[in-house]
Design a protein. Structure first.
Length: 641
């Protein structure tokens, strides 16, 4: 066979083995995947191919480079080099097959594909050899399957001999070799990312949610070589037991028990997530900055905040866009790693979309980027949202910014039109895109908005204008006064003022609760609100009357005001409660500040007269960590009926 066709043939062998392994995995665990329809299998296999291609490139990066490296033809065609390539190819893919075969059985015990964390789970086991022998004895047929797949790979590899490259001039030979290597690199990048769109990140475990209706079917879409390699940089959560179950529930519990006699109010809920809207940009929050002369960059948001419920200390629970969606919609914050990049993303979840959908709500999510960008289609599907509207549904590339998505102004207008077409009640989320690097605004708006010290401020001014036009249109709609709007940033961004270059300021974002038909939902509180408070607060406002799961609190419940807190992890834990900010690791208190009296965080009081305060806050932080880690590991993020 032609040399380069032989390279393609070898990669196809790997895809064939992954394809066969998926059906063997399903056949040996069939009872765990009941009632998959033909259409469901079609989606699973489509998604599975995407992950198989990514895994193929991951595990064959070295053999592929060795096969395509523009070496002298004499070396490349030599028997010794060809044998080296063959051995390298077989070793890399035998590792992938071994991981796959182990999960044929091990999956039954974990209900997850094996990840790199398995080394940490069993790293301290002294009887590893004995466990392996028991495994081989009890499940001897898995060893036979592994040998059969390995034998098939060797057989198929040997069926084709790559024809020696010859008969060309040296210049043509090297040009062809270099171009082929570059093309292979380009295709590998696309295969690992999942496609070639600018806004697409390398696919991860959560992207498998795009292809399933039932979360456990994610593991038919995935393959173990992919999950193992893709979690190499993910730090495993550790089960902890700081407190007994009774002690733990008394200190902190994510299980909420509303009054069952409440009468549920089916008001619409609209969640608006604004890209990189740090609190520094919003004039309403910063009237004392610059000696009282600071006006900010969001005149419309300032006017809206004056008629809304505001909590002065409002925080993001993560530092990335992918952290914001589970935080706001499911009350699950980012921990040591972003939740959506961990194996726990496939846990059973009962977030705001699930809860409201069960109450008859229409659920939707809007994001003007190319569909699939940042894995949002998969994440929102896993969080229970039924309808997704992106660049594809907008269907007008004339409004495309050329990089991230549809400009905010036209996409917010599209959002309003769709909302007005939905039957009430509805729960809908929109995620803006325009306040993002490279920080441009549409041509017709150049020099229209205040630029400020940072380039993002001009874009924030543009999105604020888009928001104003959305509300100008929405307020004429019949659903408007029957709606609770929650406006939040996804995360904070770079800052200019020293007041925001602190552990408080670098996670400070606006969170605005606006109910145009309810005059009681107004006023300013000096208290704390965080993104994971959105779910319980919305349900509290709607008078929801059934138990639910949320790591946050209902900030409208004044009886919980003293317990209000904010949690965030950035190389260590941050815990804001009352007037204090605590910084700690798993095993010790590091710092304590009174951030209201000491807004620049200059005076660490952890070992001073406030040591008892630090101990009390640390006790609650540890209870939160125990509830967070253990429940994610044990898949206990829902309320048992």
């Amino acid at each position: 066979m032609n040399y380069y066709l032989a390279v393609v043939y070898r990669l196809l062998i790997v895809l064939l083995l992954f394809f066969l392994s998926r059906f063997i995995f399903w056949g040996l665990n069939r009872s765990l995947f009941p009632e998959i329809s033909a259409a469901g299998w079609g989606r699973i296999l489509k998604g599975g191919l995407r992950f198989d291609i990514a895994a193929m490139f991951y595990y064959n990066a070295l053999p592929l480079v060795m096969m395509l490296l523009p070496l002298p033809a004499l070396w490349r065609n030599g028997s010794r080099y060809r044998l080296t390539v063959k051995i390298t190819f077989l070793i890399c893919n035998i590792i992938a097959l071994l991981l796959t075969c182990i999960d044929f059985i091990y999956y039954r015990f974990t209900l997850r594909r094996t990840t790199f964390m398995v080394f940490k789970e069993f790293g301290s086991e002294e009887n590893g050899g004995q466990l392996a022998r028991h495994f081989l004895t009890d499940f001897w047929y898995v060893a036979l399957i592994f040998l059969a797949l390995t034998g098939l790979m060797v057989f198929l590899y040997n069926r084709v001999i790559a024809r020696a490259v010859q008969g060309h001039s040296k210049a043509r030979y090297y040009i062809t070799a270099v171009v082929t290597l570059l093309l292979a690199g380009f295709l590998a990048v696309g295969g690992i990312r999942g496609d070639f769109k600018h806004s697409t990140r390398p696919i991860t475990i959560s992207n498998a949610g795009d292809y399933v209706d039932n979360p456990n079917e994610i593991y038919l879409v995935l393959n173990t070589p992919f999950t193992f390699l893709r979690t190499m940089g993910v730090q495993a959560l550790k089960k902890v037991s700081y407190y007994s179950e009774n002690e733990l529930a008394a200190i902190y519990s994510p299980v909420h028990h509303p009054d069952p006699d409440n009468i549920f109010q089916k008001k619409n809920v609209v969640l608006i997530l604004l890209e990189s809207f740090g609190k520094e940009a919003v004039g309403f929050y910063n009237k004392d900055l610059d000696g009282g002369f600071y006006t900010g960059y969001t005149p419309f948001m300032d006017s809206l905040a004056a008629h809304s419920k505001i909590y002065w200390n409002s925080f993001a629970n993560g530092r990335k866009s992918i952290d914001a969606i589970p935080s706001c919609i499911a009350s699950i914050p980012s921990g040591v790693n972003p939740f959506v990049l961990t194996p726990y993303v496939s846990d059973s979840i009962s977030g705001l979309a699930h809860i409201l959908k069960n109450e008859g709500y229409h659920t939707s999510f809007f994001h003007g980027a190319p569909n699939g960008s940042m894995g949002f289609t998969a994440i929102t599907k896993l969080l229970g949202i039924e309808n997704y509207y992106g660049k594809t549904e907008f269907n007008n590339d004339a409004e495309y910014d050329g990089i991230w998505g549809i400009w905010d102004e036209p996409f917010f207008q599209f959002f309003e039109q769709k909302l007005s077409s939905f039957s009430q009640p509805f729960f809908s989320t929109i995620f803006s895109v325009s306040s993002h690097h490279p920080f441009k605004v549409p041509e017709q708006y150049k020099n229209r908005f205040k630029k400020g010290e940072l380039p993002v401020f001009e874009c924030i001014g543009y999105t604020d204008m888009a928001l104003r036009k959305f509300f100008d249109k929405a307020k004429t709609a019949p659903w408007f006064n029957n709606t609770l709007f929650v406006i939040s940033a996804d995360h904070a961004t770079v800052t200019y003022h020293k007041e925001y270059q602190t552990p408080w300021g670098d996670i400070a974002i606006p969170i605005i609760l606006y109910a145009p038909g309810d005059s009681s939902m107004q006023g300013i509180s000096q208290g704390i609100i965080q993104q994971i408070d959105i779910l319980p607060t919305v349900l509290g406002y709607l008078n929801y009357n059934k138990p639910f799961f949320a790591y946050g609190n209902n900030v409208l419940d004044t009886t919980q005001a003293k317990q209000a807190f904010a949690f965030q992890y950035s190389g260590g834990y941050r815990w804001f409660q009352g007037d204090y900010a605590l910084f700690a690791d798993d095993d010790k208190i590091k710092e304590l500040y009174n951030y209201k009296a000491d807004p620049l965080f200059k005076d660490n009081i952890a070992t001073g007269p406030e040591a008892d305060t630090a101990t009390a806050l640390y006790q609650r932080l540890k209870a939160f960590i125990q509830q967070y880690n253990n429940r994610l590991i044990e898949n206990r993020l829902t309320i048992k009926k």
